[in-house]
Design a protein around this ligand. Structure first.
Ligand SMILES: NC(=O)c1ccc[n+]([C@@H]2O[C@H](COP(=O)([O-])OP(=O)(O)OC[C@H]3O[C@@H](n4cnc5c(N)ncnc54)[C@H](OP(=O)(O)O)[C@@H]3O)[C@@H](O)[C@H]2O)c1
Length: 281
């Protein structure tokens, strides 16, 4: 039996990758600060114990592959992994992000068989991450203007990651993964309004106002500037196009944002305590 280390195995993509591998009968080790043994990107002494006996790894860097320090840590981790006998690495990356490329190169140059997954903006940011509270509050304020983004379901990311971890033909490939449809953030808010039957609107704001609001919301100071810069870089229109890489890897179309919103609403994640389900305010 092969053992796969799934870094970020409790997060939006890693948890889904781990579940699929377990279903396939693969031995899975969760790589996160709460894993056993613990894995921490900020403590390289945790890397070798987490890699012990591992054949392949899904690499999800936290907080963001384009942030300062990410590339050197990913390269160092990939080196440790290959020295310890890991033969296959699948890296989660960002689409249209020049600052993510050095991190990707650390995996490409590691000597392992590699696959890079350059991903569009995750749909699950609205239900499992920093946009959950704004959706609950009914106002999604972002410095995104009227830019369109092909929101990507992390269920699709996980399907592609597992294909890359288990099928030879994906070695040495860099995929660009997008959803099947371009939506502005106003379009996304309209889909969320339909799915939740509560009024949710998009409010375009400046990068400066976003940084101020993030600080007030308690986002760590060292993450605010790179986060604002990231939004400015990826939401300038250059990513407003679709790819067919998911269809080429999986033989089916990616999941639509409306289906994501419908299924996420059914879990109750957007239901506020004490509110009557189905009221459109
Ligand atoms: N969000 C998007 O739309 C998007 C799009 C494209 C690419 N990406 C890329 O995806 C990657 C992950 O971002 P995400 O937003 O999807 O997050 P995520 O995977 O949902 O992040 C949470 C995961 O990271 C783990 N984690 C947090 N701090 C850690 C640390 N210091 N060491 C080890 N594990 C740690 C968490 O587990 P514990 O708390 O248990 O440690 C959890 O498993 C980033 O590199 C980002 O660039 C994101």
């Amino acid at each position: 039996m092969t053992t796969t280390l799934v870094i970020g195995g409790t997060g939006k993509t890693g948890s889904r990758v781990a579940a699929r591998l377990l279903n396939l009968g693969t031995d899975v080790r969760i790589g996160s600060r709460t894993g056993a043994p613990a894995f921490d990107w900020d403590d390289d002494a945790t890397w070798a114990p987490a890699l012990d006996g591992v054949d392949s790894a899904y690499i999800c860097y936290y907080p963001d592959i384009s942030f300062p320090g990410a590339a050197s840590r990913i390269a160092a981790f990939a080196g440790t992994a290959v020295a310890g006998g890991v033969r296959r690495l699948v890296l989660l990356s960002g689409r249209g992000e020049p600052d993510a490329v050095p991190g990707e190169d650390g995996v490409r140059d590691s000597g392992a068989k590699w696959t890079v997954l350059r991903c569009a903006w995750f749909a699950q940011n609205f239900s499992e991450h920093f946009l959950l509270q704004p959706v609950l509050d009914g106002v999604i304020a972002l410095p995104a203007g009227d830019i369109a983004e092909p929101f990507l379901d992390t269920e699709d990311v996980a399907d592609v990651a597992v294909a890359a971890l288990t099928q030879e033909r994906h070695a040495g490939r860099t995929y660009e993964l997008t959803g099947p449809r371009l939506l502005t953030f106003a379009d996304a808010a309209a889909e969320l309004t339909r799915a939740t039957r509560r009024q949710i609107r998009y409010l375009p704001i400046s990068a400066e106002d976003y940084a101020g609001a993030a600080a007030e919301a308690g986002v760590p100071a060292e993450e605010i500037e790179p986060l604002s810069e990231l939004f400015t870089r990826i939401l300038d229109g250059h990513n407003a196009h679709l790819t067919d890489d998911i269809e080429r890897v999986l033989g089916r179309r990616p999941r639509d944002f409306a289906d994501y919103a419908h299924d996420a609403a059914a879990t109750g994640v957007w239901s506020k305590a004490g509110e009557t389900e189905g009221s459109l305010r």
